[in-house]
Ligand binder design. Structure first.
Ligand code: ADP
Ligand code: MG
Length: 674
């Protein structure tokens, strides 16, 4: 019943159906899940004389007279009515829309809602929402507006759908759960979220719908976790890490040793590891991964590490080869842009088991890739991969151990949801000797001085990153980064200044990165392709153009490209004077170097909708729940999900609930890469 095409809803013609489908609403079920953003309290009516000019409000009025439709140029028609609030007349205007004009009756009273413009003596309202006075409900739903679809159009479609289906709405929530948490029935909830009789009813409906949505989310994540929890016979015994530790050019931090221990413990178990390694930028995640690879190789099984971009894959390959080759391990690189012959050689090494570790991009997921014995799968910067892809690489082995590395610091409670299927290790300590990165937010008036400062760093033997988003509206990223590079080259003609952007071929990008890494370039002007993961310890200045255009987490990631050695590092945030929000963000950057604190602030300022946009983590888009503000419900549903899955992981007793989980997770986009 719920998959009924939206076109069958009364009043939704093909044109409107198309608009709805742009919002992903193609069925009655989806329409009923297009929830109001707020309600207008119609008890709060104003006399016209008090109606503001710049904000909507409700006014009670009587239609006095319909004026004849006026045909204007361009085939447009204006429908106008005269009305009165009994003290003052006003005009009601509809452009090109005969239907409301005809449905309004002379001599009848209506509640008009909208922005009352016009002049002080002749007020006028354009395309208002209106309700006949007798039929008045107190709360009028307001739907998110999109092009071509007004809140009113949505409300009408929803009303018609509700009228057709009444309370015959299937209820996926198990009755015992409803009873225990005092939740209303689905039919009541759907009706009252759209046309509540009272504010209390709307609240009751909301609570139930939020509960349902979060429960379905947690069931989905929970069953992912169960799936990964089969038995494995790849029990990797603790190896002597002595040779590995001795070969390192530094000694590990306490946090690194602790995480290596936690990972080792998992790998020795009969259940495959499924662990998230979280650590702020520069906390040294790579070497922790290397220790796990070393351990796997000692047990004679292979490892694979997947990175989101070719640059990162190439860099990990270099770093890990440096760490592991002296210890006798064979490390290979596999990316999409490699020549066929090179690829074949790598694939052969994986198949015959002579390669211990392969580092690559999602090319590793290719059909031709097979392993002699894949025992450990690592993904870096996990938030760039979709939830669905998390398991894909693991399918190339027999229940291999899985390690996920993420540099997006998020509060633990939220990490538990987003990575609900993973155990978590946290690198909460930076390598010794690191100094705070001195951070300055400056206007373009001081650009010259910033360039002089860059010159000073280069003269002292350091290297400099320059990152540009768009400089001018309408300009391409490429144009703007090239312009910045040329300008800088003109100012510092004796310096070697490289250029890196997303339009370059993978090979060219790699060559530039390698040159920068080897110290053959003094400065690197780039788009945000250097955003995550790149590691060149000798670079000590990060200059960010139009820094006000970035979110806090992105700025922190970018800044994390420097401060990777024991010399003093700097970050210069250039911006034109921006809005209040931007100013606050830049200020926070100057004051804090704690990724977790900044992430929390980012969450507060941007709201979880943006922070947890599907592109960030691959979770399905939520329709009504809010991961931040609905934390109590989150905890409740988490307990219920665990209980239901423990009873029966396939949810056979609750087919409607199982269907809901299936629907939610099939809607996750497959292209989690960005
Ligand atoms: P991230 O956690 O951001 O991925 P990396 O693994 O890239 O960090 O490490 C950052 C830098 O710190 C690298 O240059 C690495 O060699 C260095 N490093 C890692 N661990 C230590 C340590 N214990 N002592 C000193 N330097 C370290
Ligand atoms: Mg990294």
């Amino acid at each position: 019943m719920f998959s009924i095409d939206i076109q069958y809803v009364k009043g939704v013609g093909p044109k409107r159906a198309e608009l709805f489908s742009k919002l992903g609403i193609d069925s009655v079920g989806a329409l009923l899940q297009f929830y109001p953003r707020a309600y207008i309290d119609l008890q709060q009516t104003l006399p016209l004389s008090q109606a503001p000019f710049d904000a909507p409000c409700a006014v009670l009025g009587r239609v006095v007279r319909k004026l004849p439709p006026a045909r204007l140029g361009g085939g447009k028609t204006l429908y106008k009515l005269l009305a009165t609030d009994f003290t003052q007349d006003f005009a009601v205007v509809f452009w090109q829309n005969r239907f409301p004009y005809e449905s309004l009756k002379e001599g009848q009273d209506y509640l008009f809602y909208g922005k009352f413009g016009g002049t002080l003596t002749q007020r006028e309202i354009n395309s208002p929402l209106f309700l006949p006075e007798g039929e008045r409900r107190d709360l009028l739903p307001v739907y998110p507006l999109t092009k071509g679809l007004t809140s009113k159009a949505v409300a009408t479609a929803v009303e018609n759908a509700l009228a057709a289906y009444g309370e015959e709405i299937p209820d996926p929530l198990p009755a015992p759960v409803q009873a225990e948490y005092q939740l209303c029935r689905a039919g009541y909830a759907v009706k009252n979220i759209h046309r509540p009789e009272t504010a209390q009813a709307a609240q009751t409906a909301r609570r139930r719908l939020i509960f349902e949505e979060l429960l379905v989310l947690q069931l989905g994540l929970g069953s992912l976790k169960k799936k990964g929890r089969e038995h494995t016979d790849l029990q990797i015994p603790a190896a002597d890490l002595g040779p590995f530790l001795q070969a390192l050019p530094y000694s590990l931090t306490g946090a690194q040793l602790r995480c290596i221990g936690e990972i080792g413990g998992d790998m020795a178990g009969a259940v495959p590891m499924n662990r998230l390694l979280q650590g702020d930028v520069g906390s040294g995640k790579t070497v922790v991964a290397a220790a796990a690879v070393y351990r796997a190789a000692q047990a004679g099984v292979q490892s694979a590490l997947m990175a989101p971009t070719e640059i990162l894959a190439a860099q990990h390959h270099r770093t890990l080869e440096e760490l592991l080759r002296p210890l006798g391990l064979t490390v290979a690189l596999l990316t999409g842009s490699m020549k066929a012959a090179e690829k074949r050689a790598v694939l052969a090494g994986l198949q015959d088991g002579s390669t211990d570790l392969v580092v690559g991009t999602h090319a590793l997921l290719g059909e031709a890739v097979s392993f002699a014995e894949l025992g450990l799968v690592i993904t870096d910067e996990q938030h760039r991969f979709g939830v669905n892809q998390r398991g894909a690489l693991g399918d190339k082995g027999r229940a291999p151990h899985v390690l996920v590395m993420s540099a997006t610091p998020i509060p633990r409670t939220l990490a538990l949801i987003i990575y609900g299927d993973l155990d978590i290790s946290v690198l909460d300590e930076k390598p010794a000797g690191r100094r705070e990165i001195e951070t300055f937010a400056v206007g373009y008036g001081r650009y010259q001085r910033a360039l002089n400062f860059a010159e000073k760093q280069i003269a002292a033997g350091h290297q400099v990153y320059v990152v540009c988003p768009l400089i001018e509206e309408g300009e391409s990223e490429l144009e703007s980064v090239s312009a910045v590079r040329d300008q800088m080259a003109a100012y510092l003609p004796h310096r070697r200044i490289g250029l890196l952007h997303g339009k370059m071929k993978a090979r060219e990008k790699e060559a530039v990165m390698a040159a920068f890494s080897a110290g053959e370039l003094d400065a690197l002007c780039s788009t945000t392709v250097v955003e995550v993961g790149v590691d060149v310890p000798n670079a000590n200045l990060m200059m960010i153009h139009n820094a006000d255009r970035f979110g806090l987490s992105a700025l922190h990631q970018l800044r994390g490209r420097v401060g990777r050695s024991d010399c003093q590092s700097y970050c210069i945030l250039l911006s034109k004077s921006g809005g209040e929000g931007a100013r606050k963000r830049l200020q926070a950057m100057c004051e804090s170097s704690d990724g977790f604190a900044l992430a929390n602030l980012d969450l507060e300022m941007r709201g979880p909708g943006d922070f947890f946009g599907a592109a960030q983590h691959g979770l399905p888009q939520l329709k009504i729940a809010d991961l931040l503000t609905d934390r109590t419900t989150l905890a409740e549903t988490s307990a219920v999900a665990r209980q239901l899955l423990d009873e029966d992981a396939t949810l056979r007793r609750w087919p409607l609930l199982r269907q809901a989980v299936g629907r939610l997770f099939s809607s996750i986009s497959e292209n989690g890469f960005n």
